[in-house]
Design a protein around this ligand. Structure first.
Ligand code: T46
Length: 129
C-alpha cells in the first residue's frame, strides 16, 4: 500500500512464451507520456533522487531487480518496495522521492508527462507544502 504514491497493477499478458505488460493511456496511465528515462547500473550503496517536482507526474516501473523508494510530503513518509515488472508506482507533484537499495540488476523505467525541466525540481525538503 502507498498513500503518497499510487501502486498500480499493470495488465500483463502471459502465455507459454512468457509475459508482456502494457501501460497505455486509458489503461493504467493517467497521462500522455512525453518523456521516458531509465536508471540502471547504479553503484552499490548509492542513493538517488532527493527532490520533489512542482508539476511533473511520473509512473515508475522496476523492470528488473529491485529498489526501495522513499516518498515524503509535509504529512508523512513511507517506503515503497518495487521489484516486479508488472507493478508501477505513480508519483505526483509535491512528493519528495529518494531511491535506495537499488540492486545491481535494477532497471527503473520512468514515464513522465513532461520534458526535462530543472525549474520543476524542488531540492529543498523544507519547501514541501
Ligand atoms: C526523478 C527520479 C525518480 C536529463 O538530462 N534528462 C532527464 O530527463 C533526466 C531525468 C535527467 N537528466 C540529467 C540531469 C542530471 O545531469 O541526468 C542527470 C541525472 O539526473 P538526476 O540527478 O536528476 O537523477 P535522479 O536519479 O536523482 O532523479 C531522477 C529524475 O531526475 C527525477 O525526475 O523523479 O529520477
Amino acid at each position: 500500500m502507498s498513500n503518497l504514491g499510487q501502486l498500480i497493477e499493470i495488465p500483463t499478458h502471459g502465455d507459454e512464451r512468457g509475459s508482456l505488460s502494457v501501460a497505455e493511456i486509458g489503461g493504467v496511465l493517467p497521462f500522455v507520456v512525453r518523456r521516458a528515462y531509465w536508471i540502471h547500473g547504479t553503484k552499490p550503496g548509492v542513493a538517488r533522487g532527493f527532490h520533489a517536482h512542482r508539476k511533473l507526474n511520473q509512473f515508475c516501473v522496476c523492470v528488473s531487480g529491485s529498489v526501495r523508494i522513499v516518498l515524503e510530503d509535509a504529512k508523512g513518509r513511507e517506503d515503497v518496495f518495487l521489484n516486479r515488472p508488472d507493478r508501477g508506482l505513480l508519483i505526483g507533484p509535491g512528493v519528495w522521492r529518494e531511491m535506495h537499495d537499488l540492486s545491481a540488476d535494477c532497471v527503473l523505467l520512468v514515464l513522465a508527462d513532461g520534458e526535462y525541466d530543472e525549474a520543476d525540481y524542488v531540492r529543498d525538503r523544507q519547501k514541501l507544502t
